[in-house]
Design a binder for this molecule. Structure first.
Ligand SMILES: [Zn+2]
Ligand SMILES: [Zn+2]
Length: 149
């Protein structure tokens, strides 16, 4: 079994334990999320699956994503006005984002917990979490630049 298959089986078990009914569409959305590391939007998921499920709507995809989020299978990443991205890697990690194509890639770095402690001390806030993003140009976009010259 591949890692993504194993993750899928675990996620399905978790859904069952939470009393969530596993419809074919729900299964497909989950499978897609587990297989892609691209942090897709609901629209991306919809486009990838509409061939298989002609009756499915973007709203269905959103509903399924909400269910997965509630039981902690996915994380929603929000970026201002642009569409939310969904991440099935719920372990602690940071993201690097391409300025040109918007691709989001995971990278691991020791959690910056001391930033939270310092912020708490300095401001008196009860800190809940922090987010850090790194921006740049991905390898694909870099090579596109080179070939166009
Ligand atoms: Zn790029
Ligand atoms: Zn991620």
């Amino acid at each position: 079994m591949t890692v993504s298959e194993q993750k899928l089986q675990e996620a399905l078990a978790q859904l069952k334990n939470s009393g969530v009914r596993i419809t074919p569409q729900r299964h497909a959305v989950l499978e897609y999320l587990m297989q892609t590391m691209n942090h897709p939007t609901a629209d991306d998921i919809y486009k990838a699956l509409e061939g298989k499920f002609p009756n499915m709507s973007v709203a269905t995809v959103y509903n399924n994503l909400r269910v997965f989020q509630e039981i902690g299978l996915v994380r929603e990443l929000t970026y201002g006005d642009s569409s939310s991205r969904f991440d099935c890697n719920t372990s602690k990690h940071y993201h690097i984002i391409c300025d040109d194509c918007g691709k989001i890639v995971d990278f691991h770095y020791p959690s910056l917990d001391e930033v939270e402690q310092l912020a708490e001390q300095v401001t008196g806030f009860d800190v809940s979490h922090h987010r850090m993003e790194v921006y740049g140009k991905c390898e694909d976009c870099q090579s596109k630049l080179q070939t166009s010259h």
